[in-house]
Design a protein around this ligand. Structure first.
Ligand code: MN
Length: 291
C-alpha cells in the first residue's frame, strides 16, 4: 500500500512587517503560530528592488535558544558576530547559525542594482540544548548538492536527504530537511516525509498543486502547512514552479519567546534580560586561534 499522502491543512499569505532598524519584509509565520510549525518558530521572506526597504538592516542584536537559517536568493547580506565570524552571504549561500547560549551579531543587506531576496527560518532548540556552545555554518551555494530531475528542474539539498543525496547540515536534534525545488511547467515530484514530522512548503515562484487536490491550490509567496502523512506530492501548473520544502521533528516543549530570544520558561527569559543588562549575555566567545 502506498504511503499516505499529506494534505495542505493551512495556507499562510504572510503579513507585511517592519523588523530590525526598518527592514520591510513578509513574515510568513511567527510567534502567533506556535506550536503549529514546531520545531520551526518563524519564517521571514524578504524581497525588494528598492534599497530603502532593506538598507537599514539588522544592526547588532542578540539571539539565544534558537538557530537562524538565512538562505539568500538574490543580493548580499554582510554579517559579523561575537564568535569572530564575518563575511558576506551571497546568492545561493546559506548561513546556518546556532545561537545556543548566546550570540550577538549584525546582518546588513548590501545595496544592489537588482533585487535583494531571501528567507530566514528560525529553528527551535530542545530545552537541553538551549545553552549549548554557539556554532556557525557558512555554506557557499556552489558547494550545495544539486540533484537534477529527469524532466528538467532540480533539487538543492541544504539539509536532509533527497534521492540518496544528503545535505551538508547534519547531526541536529530536530532532524531537519531543507530542500529548494525547481520544477518545469507540467511536472510533478514526490517527496518522502518522516512520519510524525512537521512539514511545510514555501512557494518562491509560480503556482501549483501541493497535495492530491486537482488544480493549483497555492499562490506565489504562500506558505503551506501539511497535515500528517508520509510523503508530499507537488505538481507545477502552466509555469515553472520553485518552492522550499522543509520538515522537522517536533519538540513538543513549552515556548517562552521574547523578541530574538526563545527559551522554555519565563525565568530563562528574565535571566537573559538581566544578563544583557549586566553585559554577561555572552557565555561562550570565539575559540582562541593558534597562530
Ligand atoms: Mn539575527
Amino acid at each position: 500500500m502506498a504511503a499516505p499522502i499529506r494534505s495542505v491543512v493551512q495556507r499562510f499569505p504572510g503579513i507585511e512587517t517592519i523588523e530590525g532598524a526598518g527592514v520591510r519584509l513578509r513574515r510568513m509565520f511567527g510567534n502567533r503560530q506556535v506550536p503549529l510549525f514546531d520545531p520551526y518558530l518563524l519564517l521571514d521572506n524578504f524581497g525588494s528592488s528598492n534599497p530603502e526597504d532593506y538598507l537599514a538592516g539588522f544592526p547588532w542584536h542578540p539571539h539565544r535558544g534558537i538557530e537562524t537559517v538565512t538562505y539568500m536568493l538574490e543580493g548580499e547580506v554582510a554579517h559579523g558576530d561575537t564568535l569572530g565570524n564575518s563575511g558576506t552571504i551571497g546568492p545561493g549561500d546559506v548561513q546556518w547559525m546556532t545561537a545556543g547560549s548566546g550570540i550577538i551579531h549584525q546582518e546588513m543587506p548590501q545595496r544592489s542594482e537588482g533585487r535583494l531576496s531571501g528567507f530566514q527560518l528560525w529553528v527551535n532548540l530542545p530545552a537541553r540544548d538551549k545553552m549549548t556552545v554557539p556554532a556557525y555554518r557558512g555554506l557557499a551555494g556552489g558547494d550545495l548538492p544539486r540533484v537534477p530531475l529527469d524532466h528538467g528542474g532540480s533539487v538543492r539539498v541544504i539539509a536532509g536527504t533527497f534521492d540518496r543525496v544528503v545535505g551538508p547540515v547534519r547531526g541536529l536534534s530536530v532532524d531537519p530537511t531543507y530542500l529548494d525545488v525547481e520544477l518545469p511547467a507540467h511536472e510533478s515530484i514526490e517527496l518522502p516525509t518522516p512520519r510524525g514530522h512537521t512539514a511545510f512548503a514555501q512557494v518562491v515562484n509560480g503556482s501549483g498543486s501541493f497535495d492530491a487536490t486537482p488544480g493549483p491550490n497555492a499562490l506565489p509567496g504562500e506558505t503551506l502547512l501539511y497535515g500528517p502523512g508520509e510523503r508530499a506530492h507537488i505538481a507545477s501548473g502552466d509555469e515553472p514552479l520553485r518552492f522550499l520544502f522543509v520538515t522537522g521533528r517536533p519538540l513538543g516543549e513549552p515556548v517562552a519567546w521574547y523578541g530574538p530570544i526563545v527559551m522554555t520558561t519565563r525565568e530563562e527569559l528574565s535571566e537573559a534580560a538581566r544578563e544583557l543588562q549586566n553585559g554577561q549575555f555572552i557565555h561562550h566567545r570565539a575559540p582562541v586561534r593558534e597562530e
